[in-house]
Write a protein that binds this ligand. Sequence first.
Ligand code: SAM
Length: 243
Amino acid sequence: MTASNKQTWSAGVITLFPNMFPGLLAESLAGKALAAGIWSLSVTDLRDFGVGKHRKVDDPPFGGGAGMVLRGDVMAAAVAATAAQLPQNVRRIYLSPRGKPLNQNLVADLAESTGVLLVCGRYEGLDERAITASKLEEISIGDYVLSGGEVAAQVLLDAVIRLLPEVIGNAESHRHDSFADGLLEHPHYTHPRDLAGDAVPEVLISGDHARIEAWRRKQAEALTRARRPDLLEMQKARDKSKN
Ligand code: SAM
């Protein structure tokens, strides 16, 4: 099956900085996939929905406090207009540090969906009523605060796009990716065989595929135990709940 007879995965982005898109996604795998129509991108300028002569999109928070808040009426209008250009059942996401953490399982779910509508916040964030009225799920890309949702949106899209069928063209290449099976990935080696006295592990040049697979698995487990024991604990809990 070719890309042309497959459904395009659709992304719609609402931002105050439309020139930031496609940004990083214009290059490499994502850029080629965009040009090939494997995914599509529509960018909505929030300013177009601003109110009054100055197309105002923000106001000070009720109750006082520093900074400005994106207006709920403005965002709701932008969400409705953007949603009208996308398949009906796309996931509606507000990139937010308060959100559910983005992880590889969530990325894989999104890659299996028809697409996403992404709301990029700015300033202090978005009026709470727009989140509920537009049924936005909140997703965070990590426990730190960015100045806007645009970088977060590109992180999410990059991670999803590489999983879309046809993008890498070989599901095998994702099989050992970090997190794919709950582990960090094993180490990689390439030429030269000896790098300033540091030789490639003998097993990798043995040609014995079973030994190589076992060695890689062991390395992945040891690395995960040392760096991310929480992943092993989560895996254990999942196995327990299955039994
Ligand atoms: N006052 C907000 C808070 O403390 O939760 C932070 C607002 S931040 C300066 C502006 C925007 O950047 C947010 O509305 C959100 O869209 C985006 N953003 C910041 N950090 C993020 C993160 N870790 N993940 C996803 N989006 C983030």
